[in-house]
Ligand binder design. Sequence first.
Ligand SMILES: *[C@@H]1O[C@H](CO)[C@@H](O)[C@H](O)[C@H]1NC(C)=O
Ligand SMILES: *[C@@H]1O[C@H](CO)[C@@H](O)[C@H](O)[C@H]1NC(C)=O
Ligand SMILES: *[C@@H]1O[C@H](CO)[C@@H](O)[C@H](O)[C@H]1NC(C)=O
Length: 509
Amino acid sequence: MKSVLVFLSVVATAFGYNILCIQSVPSKSHYHLMKGIVDPLLKAGHQITFVSTFPEAKPVKNLKYIDISHIQMLTQNVDMIDRAKQGMSVVREFARNISRDAIGTPAVKEALMKEKFDAVVTEWFFSDVDSGYAAVQQVPWILLSGMTMHPHMENLVDTVRSVPMVPAIKNDSPIPMNFWSRLVNTFAFIYMSTGSFLDYSLVKSDYETYFTPIAKARGVTLPSYEEALYNVSILFVNSHPSFAPAQGLPPNVIEIGGYHISEEIPPLPKELQDLLDSSPQGVVYFSMGSVLKSSLLPEKTRQDLIKLFGELPYTVLWKFEEKLEGLPKNVHIRPWMPQSSILAHKNLKVFITHGGLLSTLETLRFGVPIIAIPVFGDQPSNAQKCVRGGHALRVDFTPDMGAPLKAALLEMLSNDRYYKRAKYLSQLFVDRPVNTTHLIQHYVRHAIETNGAHHLRSKALLYSWYELWMLDQVAFLLVILYTIYRVFKKIVGCFKRDKSIKTGKEKRH
Ligand SMILES: *[C@@H]1O[C@H](CO)[C@@H](O)[C@H](O)[C@H]1NC(C)=O
Ligand SMILES: *[C@@H]1O[C@H](CO)[C@@H](O)[C@H](O)[C@H]1NC(C)=O
Ligand SMILES: *[C@@H]1O[C@H](CO)[C@@H](O)[C@H](O)[C@H]1NC(C)=O
C-alpha cells in the first residue's frame, strides 16, 4: 500500500501542473515580464497556457499560446510621449480596455470554460478586473507586479504601511523624507486612492459582466468582486533592495527583481564579439528601448549625437532602427542588439538608456553605470533612484540633449566612482540565498499544493481599517477615561460640598 502511495505521488509530480499565464499589456517589455515567469515553470515540467499579445511561432514542449495580438491595436489611441496625455485616469481607462479585450477573446473564454487549471498567473497593470480569472477557476491566483512595490499592491496583500516612509513613484525625495515630502506623499496617496475608488464600480461591473457567464458555464457561482480581489495567493514583485527602498512585506510577497534576465548569458554574435573584444579602450552602448522609435529623434538631434559620439575615444554601439549617413568609424548602428550579452562584456563602460525598469535591473545585474534619458511612465523615477544610488547621471529628453549628454559622458568617463558604485551594487544584486528561477518554481507549486498559501498571507486582511489603526480601542479607552474623570469629579464635588457644609456650620457657631 505504502509503495503504491509513493509511486502515485511520484507520478503526480512528474506530470506537473496545468497553469494559465496571462499577458495582456501590448508591449514587448510586458511580454518579457510574463515570459520570465513562464520559462521557469516550463523548466519545472508544468503545462503552460500562455495568453499573449506576442505569441511565438516556434513550438515549445508543454507550451500552448492563445493569441491576443489584436490588443496591439489599442495602443493606437495612446500617446506615449505627451506628458499631458498620460494622466492616471487615461492609463486606467487604457488598462480597462485591455482587460475587456483580453477576456472577451473567444479562445480565452473557451479555455476558461472548458479547461481545468491548477493556478492562474496575471500581471497587475492598473486594473483589477483580472482577479476574475482565478476566481472562476477557483484556484490560487498568482499576481505579478512588473513594477516595484506601491501602495495599491500593498493594499491587496496587506495594509498600506509605506506612505510615511517610502516616497511614492512620482516623488523624488531622499529618504528619510522631510515634513513637506511626507505631506506630498500623503496627498499623492489620497489622489491615487480616490481615482481607484471612483473607478471601483466600473471595474466591478466589468468583472461581473465578463466573468458571470464563464462561471455559469463552469457551474460555479462567481464570488463577489471584493472576495476575488483580496484573494492573492502569491505576489511576485520585480524589485530588489539594491534598487528600491527596503520595506516590510508579508511572507507571500516575493521579490524577484531581475528575474527576466536569463541565468546563462547567451553568447554574442561573432561580429559583435570581435568588435567588443577589440575595444579595450572602452565601449559606450546607447539604446532607448523598444517603445521609443527613431522617428521621434529630430534631424538636428541625430546630427548632434553623431558628432558627439564621433569625438569620443571609445567604440559606440547605437541601437537605432534606421541607417544613418556619414557615420564616424567608431560608431556602429544596429536595429537590434543582444542587450544582456553586451552589458555583460568587460569592455563596456557606460550604458545610455531611457531608464526602463528592465534595462535598469540589467545594469544592476551586470554592474554598468548609466546615463539615463527618461521619457515617460516610471522612467523618470527609475532614473532618479539610480542617480541617488550613485551609479547614474540624468539628462533630460529634449531636442537639444546633445550638449548635456556630452557633459554627462565626460564626467562619467573621467571619474571612476560611478563605475565602482555600479560594481558594488551589482554585488548586492546577485548575492542572494536562492535564485529567482527557484523562487518562482517553489512558490507557484507551494501555492497550488496548499490551495492558496493562506498561511503566508498577512492577517491584516482579516481586519477593517479602523481596527488596524486601533481607532476602536482608542475610542473605548477615551470613553473609559472620560467616565473615570466624571466619577472622580463627582466624588471630589461631594467632598467639597461636605466640607463647605461643615465650614458653614462652624462659622455659625
Ligand atoms: C477605450 O475604449 C474606448 C471605446 O472603445 C475608446 O473610445 C477610448 O478611447 C479607449 N481609451 C483609451 C485610453 O485607449
Ligand atoms: C538555481 O537554484 C536551484 C536550486 O537551488 C539550482 O538547482 C539551480 O542550479 C540554480 N540555477 C542557477 C543558474 O544557479
Ligand atoms: C480564493 O482562492 C482559493 C485558492 O487560493 C480558491 O480555492 C477560492 O475559491 C478563492 N475564493 C474566492 C472567493 O475567490
